[in-house]
Ligand binder design. Structure first.
Ligand code: FPP
Length: 289
């Protein structure tokens, strides 16, 4: 497990425990878990011009609140409402997988009070939203190192995953205490463990084997990345998986994100030509976006 020594973890974190053999440090695998019934989630297909997998950095909650002379947590609360709207809009638009960055490995550096309020908000949102998500046939999964979360939050996460695990509509992946570098590090550690156990020749390690140890193994990489809040950064999100993702940056603050803003992002995606290293001349018309 990664050694993270941010002060807030003293309060909210617990000592990391060794993982059982075969477990992933992410705590969850999107495929192959006990709930997997073998039925795949519905995928619209990028041929339709709709991205199959959308990943979002929900930035701007604090600035949204500040511009209204409200405490930052009010921005996060409004941000939770924007998550609900976005999930519903994504379903209507035909998106199959939605990955949202709720809390990064670096967010522990925030004031301890804000971190505590965010933990509370995650917990209450999960408790309040689990049945609504279930009604919408949404399956919820978490990626990230949950060992540092308060026990009650870990229980709420497990419950939300349990309640929705048979759903086959939108797959909502919530990245919480997640970092792309952490993900790559835990994957490297897993491969090193196999090599020292004599189970794997180092020369056999290739991109496919490494990708198998990453949190999102089993899911297609994001087609579209959206970041709100006007900043143009990836901020340690899905570093491996975003290699060929189309990037879209929105000026609006996350609490103001809604169906129209998602539609704008999807429209921009539909106009992109994805070449994956090839020249434009090599592409069939259907491969444009
Ligand atoms: C970034 O905005 C936002 C976060 C670090 C927290 C994201 C949390 C939510 C949207 C709340 C609900 C989430 C779920 C999954 C229920 P910021 O605070 O960095 O904004 P700023 O850049 O304006 O300061």
């Amino acid at each position: 497990m990664p050694v993270i020594t941010e002060p807030a973890m003293e309060t909210y974190g617990q000592a990391s425990t060794a993982l059982s053999p075969g477990a992933t440090a992410a705590g969850v695998m999107v495929s192959g878990d006990a709930c997997e019934s073998g039925t795949s989630h519905a995928a619209a297909g990028a041929d339709s011009g709709v991205p199959v997998h959308v990943a979002i950095i929900m930035d701007g909650n604090g600035r949204w609140a500040k511009s209204r002379s409200l405490p930052r947590v009010a921005g996060h609360r409004e941000g939770a409402r924007a998550v609900r709207r976005t999930v519903e809009s994504a379903i209507r638009s035909g998106v199959s997988w939605l990955t949202i960055y709720a809390f990064s490995s670096e967010n522990w550096r925030r004031p301890q009070r804000e971190v505590g309020l965010l933990m509370e908000l995650f917990m209450t949102s999960l408790q309040e939203e689990a049945s609504r998500l279930d009604e919408h046939d949404v399956r919820v999964r978490f990626i990230g190192d949950q060992t540092l979360f308060p026990q009650r939050l870990r229980e709420a996460i497990a419950e939300a995953e349990r309640v929705t695990c048979h759903n086959r509509g939108l797959l909502l992946i919530i990245a919480a205490n997640y970092g792309g570098r952490w993900d790559l590090t835990q994957a490297a550690r897993a491969l090193a463990r196999r090599a020292t156990d004599g189970d794997l020749e180092p020369e056999a390690i290739d991109e496919t084997l490494l990708a198998r140890e990453l949190c999102l193994y089993g899911l297609p990489e994001p087609d579209l990345f959206v970041r709100t809040g006007g900043e143009q950064r990836i901020s340690n999100f899905l570093l491996w998986q975003l290699a060929y993702t189309e990037l879209y940056f929105a000026e609006c603050m996350w609490p103001d994100f809604g169906p129209a803003e998602l539609e704008d992002a999807l429209h921009a995606f539909a106009t992109r030509q994805r070449r994956f290293g090839r020249t434009g001349d090599q592409l069939e018309p259907a491969e444009h976006a």
